[in-house]
Design a protein around this ligand. Structure first.
Ligand code: NAD
Ligand code: USQ
Length: 404
């Protein structure tokens, strides 16, 4: 590709875009604890969504300023803060020029599939925020920090649920006697998941055209809340979403079990996805940073550790509930989404293991502690937020205000 194949010296300075969010906050602290110089870039829009939709994290979370101050007082380590929107190129460019990152970890997107399916304006916001934000990051790296490695959070949902094995980013195909290794086909099933496909295409193109070095982490569904760093102090607690818009499957089921709400299985419950513990999210991101892509290289890693169907998760939570003396029921809800409810699923996930990932698999003990954690905060649960309120088929151009 004409670029040197040398990797840069050990990366030290890491910019975490979206560092006030669920994965980003845990990662920023983990990297800071590992002695990277960390800067958080975030416009706090996730906190605004909560206000606008009347939602709240299960755990009380401190302001980003107090979080960072508490971290400094406990560890002596500084985390720089840049509060602003990466869709504002001037802001992003100034942040990159001033911090001079060796790696940019980009978590800073609207990440909920249901949010992107509320109405036209949320669909458009999601794609504009995510696609333009990522384009700006690519331009900022090209202009001001060309050796910087982009570590971008993608999603396993880019691949959909094809009836063949899912590879890590690329598939070798023989067609009419000729063979090529091509991007794995993408079949995303929400405007959110589609925004990630568009991002991947833009990143792959700029790696080729400009020599950007990038790693696309196609992450599965994350569960859990505690990491070594966030449990050091209550002002460092991570957010924990359980509502029908931002809450994800296993986290939701634990909160539902804790408050005696039947587990909300959508449709037949055969929907299978890759899952990982948030302690592995932070580990995977560090592994990607420590082993940068080469100039011009577009790497894709599938970032999850185990596959489960929704029904399997419901059974696991039911069993964990029994041990704590909680009687857990489940209900089948007409699926608000358009997705396959019974399908083949077998996705590769070896590249991060090859780099040294030591997975925290979903054991009984983790489920017990997650369920206990949910029980500890159950008085904060607003049960009106549990049922799904967004329908893939009923989305329209008319602005929608969600009231339940
Ligand atoms: P989150 O919503 O908790 O955090 C995202 C953060 O990005 C928020 O703090 C938000 O304020 C910030 N942000 C959004 N748009 C921004 C912008 N234009 N400028 C600056 N900051 C902006 O989400 P999360 O669960 O931590 O997910 C982080 C990333 O990981 C996302 O890209 C998501 O797609 C991906 N991911 C998440 C999961 C999961 O299960 N949570 C699974 C797979 C992939
Ligand atoms: N589901 C239920 N009941 C629920 C919640 C979800 O049956 O109460 C089902 C959904 O229909 C879906 C599956 O569980 O089939 C996963 O749904 P989810 O809400 O846990 O996850 P998803 O919408 O896919 O999105 C989450 C994150 C997103 C990330 C994605 C990874 O919000 O940012 O990209 O997980 S992945 O699923 O691999 O694409």
């Amino acid at each position: 590709n004409g670029y040197s194949t040398e990797t840069s010296p050990k990366p030290k300075r890491v910019m975490v875009i979206g560092g006030d969010g669920y994965c980003g906050w845990a990662t920023a602290l983990h990297l800071s604890n590992k002695n990277y110089e960390v800067a958080i870039v975030d416009n706090l829009v996730r906190r605004l969504f909560d206000h606008q939709l009347g939602l709240e994290s299960l755990t009380p979370i401190s302001s980003i300023q107090n979080r960072v101050r508490r971290w400094k007082s406990l560890t002596g380590k500084d985390i720089k803060l840049y509060i602003g929107d990466i869709c504002d190129f001037e802001f992003l460019a100034e942040s990159v020029k001033s911090f001079e990152p060796d790696a940019v970890v980009h978590f800073g997107e609207q990440r909920s599939a249901p949010y992107s399916m509320i109405d036209r304006s949320r669909a458009v916001f999601t794609q504009q925020n995510n696609v333009i934000g990522t384009l700006n990051v690519l331009f900022a790296i090209k202009e001001y920090r060309e050796e910087c490695h982009l570590v971008k959070l993608g999603t396993m949902g880019e691949y959909g649920t094809p009836n063949i094995d899912i590879e890590e980013g690329f598939i070798t195909i023989t067609h009419n006697g000729r063979t090529d290794t091509l991007p794995y086909p993408k079949q995303a099933s929400s405007f959110y998941h589609l925004s990630k496909v568009h991002d991947s295409n833009n990143i792959a193109f700029t790696c080729k055209a400009w020599g950007i070095r990038a790693t696309d982490l196609n992450q599965g569904v994350v569960y859990g809340v505690r990491t070594d760093e966030t449990e050091m102090h209550e002002e460092l607690y991570n957010r924990f979403d359980y509502d029908g818009i931002f809450g994800t499957a296993l986290n939701r089921f634990c909160v539902q079990a804790a408050v005696g709400h039947p587990l909300t299985v959508y449709g037949k419950g055969g929907q299978t996805r890759g899952y990982l513990d948030i302690r592995d999210t932070v580990q995977c991101v560090e592994l990607a940073i420590r082993n940068p892509a080469k100039r011009g290289e577009f790497r894709v890693f599938n970032q999850f550790t185990e596959q489960f169907s929704v029904n399997e998760l419901a059974s696991l939570v039911t069993k964990a509930g029994e041990k704590l003396g909680i009687d857990v029921q489940k209900i089948s809800i007409p699926n608000p989404r358009v997705e396959a409810e019974e399908h083949y699923y077998n996705a590769k996930h070896t590249k991060l293991i090859e780099l040294g990932l030591q997975p925290h698999l979903l054991s009984d003990s983790l489920l017990d502690s997650l369920l206990n954690f949910a029980v500890q905060f159950k008085d904060r649960v607003d049960t009106k937020q549990i049922m799904p309120s967004v329908s893939w088929k009923k989305i329209s151009a008319k602005p929608k205000t969600l009231t339940t």
